[in-house]
Design a binder for this molecule. Sequence first.
Ligand SMILES: Nc1nc2c(c(=O)[nH]1)N[C@H]1C(S)=C(S)[C@@H](COP(=O)(O)OP(=O)(O)OC[C@H]3O[C@@H](n4cnc5c(=O)[nH]c(N)nc54)[C@H](O)[C@@H]3O)O[C@H]1N2
Ligand SMILES: Nc1nc2c(c(=O)[nH]1)N[C@H]1C(S)=C(S)[C@@H](COP(=O)(O)OP(=O)(O)OC[C@H]3O[C@@H](n4cnc5c(=O)[nH]c(N)nc54)[C@H](O)[C@@H]3O)O[C@H]1N2
Ligand code: SF4
Ligand SMILES: [Mo]
Length: 679
Amino acid sequence: MQSYLDIENGVVPSVCSLDCPDQCGLLIHKKDGKIVKIEGDPDHPVTQGSICNKVRHMTERIYDPKRIQTPLKRVGKKGDGLFVPISWSEAITTITDHWKKLIAEEGPESILPYSFYANMGKLSSKGMDRRFFNRLGSSQLDRTICSVAGEVGYNYTMGGRFGTDPEEMTETKLFVFWGINAVSTNMHQIMIAQKARKKGAKIVVIDVHKNQTGRLADWFIPILPGTDGALALGIMHILYKENLVNRSFLEQYTVGYEELEEHVVQYNPEMVSAITGVPVEDLYELACMYGTISPSMIRIGNGLQHHDNGGMIVRTITCLPALTGQWAVKGGGALKSNSDYLTHNLAALERPELQEKPTRRFNMNLLGQALQEDLEPIRSLYIYNSNPAVVAPDANKVRVGLAREDLFTVVHDLFLTDTALYADIVLPATSAFENTDFYTSFWHHYIHLQEPVIEPLDESKSNPDVFRLLAEAMGFDEQAFKDQDEEMIEQALSELSNPHLADVSYDKLKTNRFLKASHTDNLLNRLKTPSGKIELYSKQMELDGHPALPTYIPILQDSDYPFLYVPAINHNFMNTIFSNNDKHRKLEKAPKLFINRQDAELRGIEDGAAVRIWNERGECEMTVSIGEQVLPGVVVSQGFWPSKPGEKNLVNALTPDRIADMGGGATFFSGRVDVEVLS
Ligand SMILES: Nc1nc2c(c(=O)[nH]1)N[C@H]1C(S)=C(S)[C@@H](COP(=O)(O)OP(=O)(O)OC[C@H]3O[C@@H](n4cnc5c(=O)[nH]c(N)nc54)[C@H](O)[C@@H]3O)O[C@H]1N2
Ligand SMILES: Nc1nc2c(c(=O)[nH]1)N[C@H]1C(S)=C(S)[C@@H](COP(=O)(O)OP(=O)(O)OC[C@H]3O[C@@H](n4cnc5c(=O)[nH]c(N)nc54)[C@H](O)[C@@H]3O)O[C@H]1N2
Ligand code: SF4
Ligand SMILES: [Mo]
């Protein structure tokens, strides 16, 4: 088959690499060997030719003159951004000489990798990198910043990351978008809901902010942050009381439904209303709607689990479709993540046996604290696929750590991010269109192959290629470090224990570009909970120190600042990606703080005023937008803007680095702040 690299003029298929549930099929237009246009692939069964505005303007990012062209060495102070170009061989020798010395003097655990899934490619995010750090014997990172609390919570109820298939949701009659800003973050889910709406479906949005998604709803229900568990329990109370539960489903497929019935008596509507801010009449109407409309589907977002109690919130909401028997209805149920339909052979890709002995682990949400560890300090960080100086909680603490003169930091990225400014060595990364890789969606059920569309620009290298070079320079002579990308994909797709991928192979992917996970059997017959049933009562939770039944546990009141602060993501950036592109920045205009009219009036804050937002961790400046988009006592912002030292755009300067109730998750939205007009 002809390589796409040889096609100078024409259109080739591809897939979106970004950390987005939709994982769109793409068509890349090439002219004179360069990418000139990116559009959706109309043949993709789920995304069907439409893509977001962000990626439609991706070409600007690929050929941005600001892209790092060569490896760089720091010559100024950390944070100042003064670098000089060096060769790859000098960069690799500098890094590995430093590491060899560190290993001899302080041991390999003085080195810590730090990464996330900015490029969702399996080889780029959990392939050669894992092999390398396993073999190096470095400290290990728990990658907890995104969705782990909710996933652990979901799994207690359902036993795995299996949910409703989006392709079945054309049948759905009630969509509950719960803590998800899907217009911005899962646009094809909205498109499916809109299609169903034409056939009479209703869209309910439960959120702390009436953003794009709330504005599109048939019914928007504003709620106080971190109280969704109470709302779900209030719905259960009414469902049982009004006999809207499906008893035959409960008997056949669940454990603990009788205990739950007794337990939810305490969550009476008055109490739930006082906790959540949802009026009693609305609570009744919502419960009755949920108890009577079928098929109903709850799309559980990420936002509502970035709280102290985020795991329990998702665990609780996940019980609702069982009460109404929705798991047995086509197009009914819930969807948090569908990742487990597409789990490949992780061990073959990551090679855990290359690690001689278990090493210490760090929770990525505690990077600031980890860099203060002084008994056995971290002496070197290798950062890729991530921009922790902006995205990590309590980011000022992270930056104090990154500024340590005795910390040797390597950053591999496409751009000189705020994190890269603190690096000793910066390495230029390829864009995904320059790589071979494979991708699996965590929303729809497809696996995709990515073959390079263009050659690596300038001297940039992919993540796996850099780890191959580092391994060679470290003297690691195992075959694992010589495996090429195609071989690694074959390994990842061989000896699969996941029956849903039984029909998937590298060869088939090469011919088809994307393949759907098969699922001929019923989810209800293969639940991986300890009991094999949906666990409304979970013994495992009790063993893990949680209440066995879904329970409302309030978020921590960590201070007396008057506002709960929800610094969410925005429409035109992808986390920090695109925050340095003119087009995307222009569309976002400027960072804004949404505040309730009542709060603004009380404080003499006018619409459009410049304000300072602050707490004991840091401060940030924004322009105010007044309205009823949020409840009193809540302020919300959207987007992470670059924030060089001295600038005041860093929302994560304000966020707590407390750990959520499950999985070591982040608590970005459980912090408190004060707001004052800038004089
Ligand atoms: N355009 C765009 N798309 C993206 C991203 C991006 O930055 N920009 N990021 C990607 C990533 S990494 C992820 S994880 C996903 C996340 O996408 P989503 O799942 O949509 O999650 P968030 O945007 O974090 O939060 C969703 C909503 O939760 C609300 N929220 C916050 N706290 C609460 C609460 O206590 N209760 C309720 N009911 N709602 C609450 C917020 O107001 C927000 O509207 O999006 C991905 N897609
Ligand atoms: N306040 C607040 N903070 C949050 C969140 C929130 O909602 N509110 N959301 C959290 C969530 S859900 C997430 S997932 C994280 C996201 O946090 P991150 O994943 O760290 O953020 P990104 O901005 O997506 O990506 C980081 C960098 O990876 C680089 N990159 C892209 N592709 C490649 C590649 O192939 N190789 C290399 N080496 N680098 C590459 C990009 O250029 C970018 O600079 O942020 C978290 N932080
Ligand atoms: S960011 Fe999401 S919606 Fe946009 S093209 Fe990529 S996968 Fe599709
Ligand atoms: Mo995320």
